[in-house]
Design a protein around this ligand. Structure first.
Ligand SMILES: Cc1cc2nc3c(=O)[nH]c(=O)nc-3n(C[C@H](O)[C@H](O)[C@H](O)COP(=O)(O)O)c2cc1C
Length: 202
């Protein structure tokens, strides 16, 4: 089968891309609004993009009515965010936090998710997350130019919190203990439980 993406609508392109570019890691992002409301939402258009400076990137779409999601509004205003990775144990909580709430409502409160203050940024950090990266916003790039529908948020990592329980030794995480989930197409998810190793050729 061949698919002409230049003739596909956005919804179909989304369906094919998200069903095939899998599994996608999930950034569980906490931010704080100008009024002090703690926001939390998941984003699977997410990756590590470089190590110097250590930078993560997520893509935040505009809502159907063209408005900015709370995460983008808060990140633009404060220049700060915390990016958590999502364990199987917290998958349901992550999903619950994706509900679209008014700007003045907190997903932490609504979904009953515990947060503690971060150290370098004002946003909360999710209790129980295996890894949390405290970040400053390095750049926000509207995309595509001219008529942007998305914003690529480049987040420079300032500080990481790694749960001691997921460490194999002080310098290495144990993937089996990290036990993350990734997003597939639609409402499907995968775990990172099935692993194998390969030696790279010289
Ligand atoms: C697993 C998962 C992944 C998601 N990934 C994205 C994404 O990459 N980009 C995006 O704009 N929305 C994504 N969403 C939808 C947002 O989480 C949702 O729009 C949320 O309400 C935004 O919250 P906010 O307005 O508090 O920022 C995802 C939802 C789920 C459940």
């Amino acid at each position: 089968m061949r698919l002409d993406f230049t003739a596909l609508g956005a919804a179909e392109a989304y369906r094919w891309l998200t069903a095939t570019v899998t599994p996608r890691p999930i950034a569980w992002v906490s931010t704080r609004s100008a009024e002090g409301v703690d926001n939390l939402a998941p984003f699977s258009f997410f990756q590590v993009v470089c190590d110097a400076p250590p930078t993560l990137m997520l893509s935040i779409s505009l809502r159907d009515d063209g408005s900015r999601k709370d995460t983008l509004r808060n990140a633009e205003r404060s220049g700060e965010l915390v990016i958590q990775l999502v364990s199987k144990a917290q998958a349901e909580a992550m999903n619950a936090s994706s509900a679209m709430l008014p700007h003045d409502a907190s997903e932490f409160v609504q979904a009953g998710i515990a947060g503690v203050p971060a150290e370098r940024v004002a946003a909360l950090r999710v209790v129980g997350a295996p890894v949390a990266y405290e970040c400053r916003v390095a750049d926000i790039m509207p995309y595509p130019a001219g008529r942007p529908r998305h914003h690529l948020v480049f987040a420079e990592v300032l500080m990481a919190h790694v749960d001691d329980a997921v460490l194999a030794d002080p310098r290495h995480v144990a993937p089996a203990l990290l036990d993350l989930v990734g997003r597939l197409g639609g409402s499907l998810y995968a775990t990172t439980r099935d692993t194998f190793s390969m030696t790279r050729p010289r």
